[in-house]
Write a protein that binds this ligand. Structure first.
Ligand code: HOZ
Length: 427
């Protein structure tokens, strides 16, 4: 595969950006080789600057449920841009998008728009602390909720990929207020409540873990989190930045029928533009300034481009048949990859919930970070490179999720399975 232009650009980029990138996982350090520079995306495909075409399963790390550059989303952004790119004042678009989100997720009685998932989780935790008047929080080993100080503790995603469980620069006191439990292990949660009585403000959880690769919750785990938090006077925060609209139209909270106190959402509600939101029970949300004393603000929050793109993107997935088709294609991919691995004799564990999936190169059932981290990363790296050579772009880390769009049709999926079989034979 010719990647001469990408090679040249990466050389330049390394002088300008740390590691040559603006977000760590993109540097391909976990899979070898070097990043491809992208020229454009169209439907299920990405095209790099050397003219190579790839079936894309990253989809901007999740949000592009209707594929790249969907005409309706592009048109909405164009129309909005003609009317100005930012007002720093309320616009009717904010109400329209919020109402659309609330139809999908009725637990959000009120919400606040922000600019990213990181802002959403950081603000939701501040709110939980303000509401409960407690300082400590619980997160799960291997879960990632953005790069706010208090959340860079035994985190997933790029932090796990690069083998940096924590980050220098996070004050020890801040890190000490973040308690870490094991995903899918309610006993580890109970133990923390016992050790820190009346001090824990909230549990924040990816209801389907996605940032250590896709790890579904075991039966009863989320239900128990709900019971324990209620009993202990702590809030339950579902971080649905990844799972929102991905595992079910109403997110994981609809799929598993759990009512969290607060929910965080990210780029998916802006059709891939920079946006996020946090929301939940009215009584809690009313603590947010200016209706309450918990301060949080942002000039670009609710900006008209992101709102317009979000309105268009969500309107495209309202139809139930869209979901049925997505589910069918995702199942085709899941079984196809698992079958290819079996045929070739490569041990994998294939996980999937809705349109999120991961192929773990492991014989151990993925259940938590400890069972996931032993996956064969070298083999994954080889698989990743072979998939690229065969025209398939996966997330460049064993510890990330893959995503499908409505434009990943049967033919696209069949080509992916074919590529997977070839790639497995070579790794
Ligand atoms: N940590 C992000 C995915 N979980 C990657 C973001 C990016 O590189 O764009």
């Amino acid at each position: 595969m010719n990647i001469q232009n990408s090679i040249q650009l990466f050389r330049q980029a390394q002088n300008i950006f740390p590691g040559g990138v603006n977000s760590p996982v993109r540097a391909f350090r976990a899979v070898g080789g070097q990043p491809l520079f992208i020229e454009r995306g169209a439907g299920p495909y990405l095209y790099d600057v050397d003219g190579n075409r790839f079936i894309d399963y990253v989809l901007s790390w999740g949000p592009l449920i209707s594929g790249h550059a969907h005409p309706k989303v592009v048109e909405a952004i164009q129309q909005a841009a003609f009317k100005g790119t930012s007002y720093g004042a309320p616009s009717p678009l904010e109400i329209e998008l919020a109402q659309s989100i609330m139809e999908f997720m009725p637990n959000l009685e009120m919400l606040r728009f922000v600019n990213s998932g990181t802002e959403a989780t950081m603000s939701a935790l501040r709110l939980a602390r303000a509401y409960t008047k407690r300082d400590k929080i619980i997160k799960f080993d291997g879960c990632y909720h953005g790069h706010a100080d208090m959340l860079l503790v035994q985190a997933g995603s790029g932090v796990a990929t690069l083998g940096l469980p924590d980050s220098p620069g996070v004050p020890a006191q801040t890190a000490a207020a973040t308690l870490v439990a094991n995903f899918n292990d309610i006993e580890s949660v109970e133990a923390l409540f016992k050790q820190h009585p009346d001090q824990i403000a909230a549990i924040i959880v990816e209801p389907v873990a996605g940032n250590m690769g896709v790890v579904p919750p075991v039966r009863g785990f989320l239900e128990k989190l709900r019971v324990v938090t209620k009993r202990e006077g702590a809030l339950l925060i579902f971080d649905e930045v990844m799972t929102g609209f991905r595992v079910h139209p109403g997110g994981a909270q609809a799929l598993y029928n759990i009512k969290p106190d607060l929910t965080t959402l990210g780029k998916v509600i802006g059709g891939g533009l920079p946006v996020g939101a946090y929301g939940g029970k009215r009584e809690i949300m009313q603590l947010v300034a200016p209706s309450g004393p918990m301060y949080q603000a942002g000039t670009l929050s609710g900006n008209p481009l992101a709102m317009s793109a979000g309105i268009a993107a969500l309107s495209l997935i309202r139809d139930e048949t869209v979901w049925e088709q997505l589910e069918a294609r995702a199942r085709q991919l899941e079984t196809g990859i698992a079958f290819a691995a079996q045929k070739v004799g490569v041990p994998v564990r294939q996980t999937r919930v809705g349109t999120m999936f991961t192929t773990f190169f492991s014989e151990t059932e993925p259940r938590d970070w400890n069972s996931v981290k032993i996956a064969d990363k070298v083999r994954f790296g080889k698989f990743f490179q072979k998939m690229l050579e065969n025209g398939v772009y996966l997330a460049p880390s064993q510890f990330e999720a893959g995503f499908l769009s409505t434009l990943h049709d049967e033919t696209v999926i069949a080509a992916t399975i074919d590529a997977a079989e070839k790639a497995m034979m070579a790794c």
